[in-house]
Design a protein around this ligand. Sequence first.
Ligand code: UDP
Ligand code: G50
Length: 458
Amino acid sequence: MAEGVVHVGLLPNAGMGHLTPFLRLAALLLKHNCKVTLITPQPTVSLAESELISRFHSQFPQVTRIDFHLLPFDATSANSTDPIFLRFESVRRSAHSLSPLLDSISPPLSALVFDLTLISPIIPVIETLSLPSFILFTSSARMFSFFSYFPSFANVSDHNHDSLVIPGIPPVPRSSIPPLLRDPNSIFARMFTEDSGKLRKFNGILINTFAGLEAESLEALRERKVSKELPPVFAIGPFEPCEFERLKKENSTSKWLDDQPQGSVVFVSFGSRTAMRREQIREIGDGLLRSGCKFLWVVKDKPIDREEKEGLEQVVGHELMDKLKEKGLVVKTWVDQNEILGHGAVGGFVCHCGWNSVIEAALNGVKILAWPQHGDQKINAEVVEMGGLGMWVKDWGRGEKDLVKGEEIGKAIRQMMNNESPKISLFKIQEAARKALGVGGNCQIMFQRLIEEWKKKD
Ligand code: UDP
Ligand code: G50
């Protein structure tokens, strides 16, 4: 290897919400002249993941590809039916077999950047290899503050207060806490509890965020208010979507969008792994009709794409579907979300607040109507609301027990699209995002700092 070249190993875990930011980080590292090795657990859970990995390697043949084959795993003992959580657990249980794999990489790695779900199991590996290691935290800085302060809460379920106080940032309402934390035997709660106190073992934390959106959390982390034991936090976002993510022209929705007036369309999508109940899907359809807006709606019936068997008409219902076709475009496939958010016809986004989607909306200056469903999404929705990126109807809940009726959905969409929420300040956020990415912006500064640090290893 040419002298001084930095070689970074990237180790994502399952799910598009984890893989995508790792691949965007890979593209950024290549731009900064690093050598990159990508290690992905195989086979992938979804087709979308395997297709994205293929497109990535076609565009970047210089990236070394390592398939990480998992050890046999008995899912019946794991206390979950969620395919992504089961895969997290399986990767965690296989992690020790990464030692020989990473050790054989030549030239040796300068640093390993790994997924936030692999904290405990990666420790023996990096200690054996004396490898500098960094967590890519694929959620918000606010969620990271909650995660890193978590060991200081005596017991989340015993607490009587309405909110949890974290030094330096607005308190986290009890209702925003990821629901699975209340089930101590869930994969999520076990991972969270086991991992959150071990952050000092690592050299740094990378977060896809920027000060224009999360100034308070980033400052609290930098000033060590949240915890004195934290390694440095690098806000390296907003990550820009890349060329390899684009779909073939025939799968594009832009032809339909091209025919719609500027800012008239509401885009509705709940990310890569959130399927709604049939009744809720139909209420959303009803709400879209009642909103009076044009819409582009992505329907998901199963959490994993390989399991989608039924057609769109069957899921939505023929009668409703006929009405919907007159006012909007409804699909049940993977869409190019960034092409959509970047299209001038799109004026609003009904979003589950998966962190990648939030960052993509900020970059494109599209306002959000937050409808968080799982895990970290309520905490991310707080960022959306406090940061002026959108509005949130808090009493909608997570769509699990109570049905949110079409009437309410239509009303909230109308409010968002008509800019009736005075706290939204999109322009400011989009400007801040662009500034962070520009020459001399924070993103560049953070990368230079990181690369300097990685060079020291040689
Ligand atoms: N995405 C997409 N097309 C789809 C569904 C999702 O391009 O049909 C992308 C979206 O742009 C984002 C990622 O998949 O980059 C989803 O990650 P996010 O963190 O928003 O949510 P998750 O899917 O993990 O819940
Ligand atoms: C993935 C997921 C659900 C979920 C989250 C995921 C987060 C992010 C923060 O990333 O909340 C986080 C999760 C687990 C962990 C540490 C930090 O051990 O499927 O909620």
